[in-house]
Ligand binder design. Sequence first.
Ligand code: HEC
Length: 95
Amino acid sequence: MRRIARFFAASLAAAAVLAAVLLLSPQPLRALDSAQLVEKRCTACHGIDQVYSQKRTAAGWREVVTRMAGYEGSELSRVDQLIIIKYLETNYGID
Ligand code: HEC
């Protein structure tokens, strides 16, 4: 009986640790979908249509995203900018 209780307690503790790790660990950056990042970071000041209504060259997207990052209230970290530029270049690019 005691052994069963101990086994039960140990499993419960293991499950609790696993749950804590899953809940507390930050999402790996790559797992964050780039399109979701655009939706999140690029709609604070205007609609998503503003972003997706035109295709641009790689240099064009770099220029736009850098300009957006300079506006007050923008929360675009350097990493966000790089991920977003890459995504827009790939999916909304022209040569
Ligand atoms: C802090 C506010 C803000 C955020 C956040 C923001 N924008 Fe803008 N965006 C603006 C303003 C203001 C304008 C109009 C002035 C301009 O064109 O620079 C604009 C205009 C634009 C335009 C049209 C610009 C042009 O030259 O034709 C595009 C495209 C655009 N934004 C894309 C984005 C993208 C992509 C993101 C996310 C990386 C983003 N915006 C995030 C404020 C913001």
